[in-house]
Ligand binder design. Sequence first.
Ligand SMILES: [Zn+2]
Ligand SMILES: [Zn+2]
Length: 441
Amino acid sequence: MQTADSKTIETIEAQNKAPRGIRDILPEESWKWAYVLSVTAQTMADFGYSEVYLPIFEHTELFSRGVGDATDIVEKEMYTFVDRGGRSVTLRPEATAGMVRAALEHGLCEQNMSSKLWCWGPMFRYERPQKGRYRQFYQFDAECLGLAGPVADVEIIALSAEIFRRLGLRNLEVVANSVGCPKCRPQYRKVLVDYFTSKKSSLCETCLGRLDRNPLRVLDCKVPECSAVADSAPAIYEHLCDECAAHFEEVKAGLARLNFPYKLDKRLVRGLDYYTKTAYEILSGELGAQNAVCGGGRYDNLAESIGGPHLPGVGFAAGFDRVVLVMEQQGNSFGERPRTEVYVAAQDEAARGAVQILTHKLRREGISAEQDAGDALRGARSFKAQMKSANKIGAAWTCIVGADELAKGSVTVKNMTTGEQNLVAEEEVANYIRRHEARLI
Ligand SMILES: [Zn+2]
Ligand SMILES: [Zn+2]
């Protein structure tokens, strides 16, 4: 054990900061998150999705099998540790594997039942931190389990798009691809490896390594030379088996039926091995500056790869941090920021007890109220300073209690917008405020 003395100043300073890539969501931002979450929850309910609360860590094996050993996530980005019982556990880097694990464990999809589930919460990936990307980030996530048909794919795409429509995101565009299935992907893989091998001299070091293990990933490499090569690569949707081709046609027809503009993107392949058939992203923004706000698709082989029975599934995940950032960039509304409605002020020391009682009464009535919590010994604020506080927090009303008011069992209620004030019986204050607020609407 290190003693406090032997710690360097940096270590002590570091203790007072969140770890690199981790941040706090402070009041300035958290109310926006609450808005996004409430819109999301309502939309999920409208589409028949039930919320579940999942653990934030699972057995490491769930992710190495369910996400795939050859993915960047499992290779480089997981927070894995051995617990005190000697088990290897991992902070979830994504939600789908845990959701499928939970559905299997509790038999939610037995006897041909399907399950529509959603969750939200923190995910963890050891990535290089940059603007809008954190090592603890938050996602909302919906999974439709037990349905193999293309209608479920269209419904998942429609659900995610509807959340973003309700949040006011502009110029939404669906970008879709099919990544095939274990029947057709190996053939496409061969075609792709042949193509990339013929362009080997133009590929980056990472992609050369990917050629054997995960050649589809070369398609989404951001290195310009690789990107140019990938642009002319053969498209997987031209190499699908009959079943995958028919499924993809029906997804496209469904999107057209619901008037979702979409475009095909052969380079949309996702880094996760369990994806089958439909893969999609939703972009939002002005032309030329589009942001992906969610990604998703079908993963019919995930349940089996984690040791369960065959269980088809389709879902999406969207990043809270990213959605809030895009909404801010687009100047979207987050509804009204909750504020304190009433400030209760004491004109003198003798009124402090009455102020405490009235503040509590208003709060019990569901009217948000604030008071000066200081007292004579510990920095009580003067009446003038209390009125300043009332202004600072943007209270709509101030209730003033002084000697006059105490004598009459009343309170002076001041409308902070108009400056108008009235003497109101103490037991009538809540009703008075409610009546007058109501009149404004
Ligand atoms: Zn196929
Ligand atoms: Zn590359």
